[in-house]
Design a protein around this ligand. Structure first.
Ligand SMILES: Cc1cc2nc3c(=O)[nH]c(=O)nc-3n(C[C@H](O)[C@H](O)[C@H](O)COP(=O)(O)OP(=O)(O)OC[C@H]3O[C@@H](n4cnc5c(N)ncnc54)[C@H](O)[C@@H]3O)c2cc1C
Length: 476
């Protein structure tokens, strides 16, 4: 809401939102709706971050695969505000499982009963684990239990070794040993919701045009609300100037750097980047930012002239396969939106300092193609119209034991500086819906109350309130 200066004239506070991914864009939108003047500073040439798009041959789509769930209510509300919700195409999907050198369908209860890698008893225990996990509503206790212990206890050692362990290793590498049970709970919860909401079938959605279209509309709406979007403007330093009582932000690419001043700054970029840019943060805040372990991903996109097997997700338990899974976007998005092609993603998650991030595209492509040839007898390289690899070192923080107790505060010790990135997701896995929810939650619960408190202090009201509080405390 607009603030008043000492003469009672209305003035709008100047805010910077650093980072133009979905989190920063949502924060900018919500702040602009409250009447603040917002500048969004994004390092890349385009907004969108992990949701940004590119062209793989003729297929223009997201660099990293994205689907919307029926249960993604906050994302769907945002899309409704953008006038896009009614355009979502909902598609029933199938799930595959690659185990013991064979591809199995795991799309229905009947498929599950026929799933040969597990005995009937093992399947029963696996099914019970999933149903039990999906009924848990508060996962704070799970943060204290290693994921391995929890899954072994619920599913039994054999099922753990055959199914869960390879899946954990494929997603987390050896870091699975430090991960809490909250990680797998949030994953099961989200996937179970994909079936529970709706008709007990797995339904995924997308907006025709993918996130490129969502981002275009969001950017138009932001600008219509007065938000300034500056791309190619990486932030190097954010510094509280006690004399000016404002935050100095140094930003821009080499040769084009400049300093802008803001009343408030919301940092939405990965934690190590915040720690580097904000040197006035306290030792404890900096330690919490730098100690968070990040998972990254290399994700190879292929435009094929035919589907692979038609499963949206194929989970993999065979440890010779150097991939976290196979994602056939072509099973959801019609080829007419993808230049006539079937888009396949081959993600491989790893810790952000993994040396495999340094591999050349050629090395990665060679490995991906030979893996597909071994896994799918009907696949050959002549079916590939285009292939490209995207890399992101900071995708999500690793939910280690006691994770939420080590988070940096959203309201930092530097006046007007707020730290709100996806590391704050403590009760869900990384997805756009959670991202929007943490923005809404922390704006309402921490950031705006802090703004009100600081404004009332600077107009004197807060000072008298706090002296009154101190007086009461002293007299008590
Ligand atoms: C492989 C993969 C699959 C996924 N699948 C799904 C899915 O199916 N459904 C779903 O809902 N979600 C999915 N997600 C998650 C989704 O992409 C994220 O939740 C979301 O995009 C996170 O947004 P963010 O703004 O927090 O982070 P980011 O998108 O990483 O945005 C951070 C931004 O900050 C910018 N930046 C960095 N440093 C600076 C700096 N110094 N100055 C200024 N700007 C800077 C970056 O360029 C970037 O644009 C997936 C993610 C991945 C990687």
């Amino acid at each position: 809401m607009p603030q008043c200066d000492s003469d009672g004239r209305e003035q709008s506070e100047q805010w910077a939102v650093v980072g133009g991914g979905m989190l920063g864009l949502t924060a900018a939108w919500r702040l602009a709706q409250r009447g603040y003047q917002v500048t969004l500073l994004e390092a890349g040439d385009e907004i969108g971050g992990l949701t940004s798009a590119w062209a793989v041959g003729d297929a223009e789509w997201d660099k990293f695969y994205h689907v919307i769930l029926l249960s993604d209510s906050s994302l769907r509300n945002l899309l409704e505000e953008m006038g896009l919700e009614h355009e979502i195409r909902w598609v029933q999907t199938r799930t595959g499982f690659y185990s013991g050198g064979r591809l199995h369908s795991l799309s229905s209860s009947w498929d599950f009963l026929r799933f040969s890698p597990l005995s009937l008893l093992q399947k029963f225990r696996l099914g019970c684990t999933i149903v039990y996990a999906s009924r848990i509503r508060h996962c704070s206790a799970l943060e204290k239990i290693p994921v391995t212990d929890w899954l072994k206890r619920l599913s039994g050692r054999k099922t753990f070794e055959k199914i869960w362990l390879p899946l954990l290793k494929a997603k987390l590498g050896e870091a699975y040993q430090r991960t809490s049970a909250a990680f797998i709970w949030s994953y099961i919860d989200r996937m179970y919701k994909a079936r529970r909401t709706g008709l007990k079938r797995e339904m995924f959605g997308y907006v025709p045009g993918g996130y490129r279209r969502i981002l275009r509309v969001l950017s138009e709406r932001l600008q219509a609300k007065g938000v300034t979007i500056e791309t190619a403007s990486p932030v190097q330093r954010v510094h509280w100037d006690a004399g000016e009582k404002r935050l100095r932000v140094e930003h821009g690419r080499e040769g084009k750097q400049r300093v802008s001043r803001f009343d408030r700054v919301v940092m939405t970029v990965p934690s190590p980047i915040i720690a580097r840019a904000c040197s006035q943060l306290g030792d404890d805040e900096r330690r919490r930012l730098t100690e968070a372990e990040y998972l990254g991903v290399t994700c190879t996109s292929l435009a094929l002239d035919r589907p692979l097997a038609g499963y949206y997700v194929t989970n993999i338990t065979d440890d010779w396969v150097p991939l976290t899974g196979i994602i056939e976007m072509g099973a959801i998005v019609r080829p007419e939106y993808l230049g006539g092609h079937y888009l396949v993603y081959l993600p491989q998650y790893m810790l952000s300092d993994d040396p495999r991030f340094e591999e050349s595209d050629e090395q990665v492509h060679k490995r991906c193609l030979s893996t597909l040839e071994k896994m799918y007898p009907s696949f050959d390289r002549s079916q590939v119209a285009a292939i490209q690899t995207a890399r992101a070192r900071h995708v999500m923080t690793l939910p280690t034991l006691g994770y939420s107790s080590r988070l940096p505060p959203v309201v930092s010790s530097v006046p007007g500086l707020y730290l709100l990135n996806s590391a704050q997701i403590t009760v869900g896995n990384l997805n756009v819906n959670e991202t929007i929810e943490i923005v809404q939650h922390h704006l309402a619960e921490s950031i705006l109350p802090d703004v009100d408190a600081r404004n009332s202090t600077s107009t004197g009201q807060g000072q008298s309130d706090s002296s009154e509080a101190r007086a009461v405390a002293a007299s008590g």
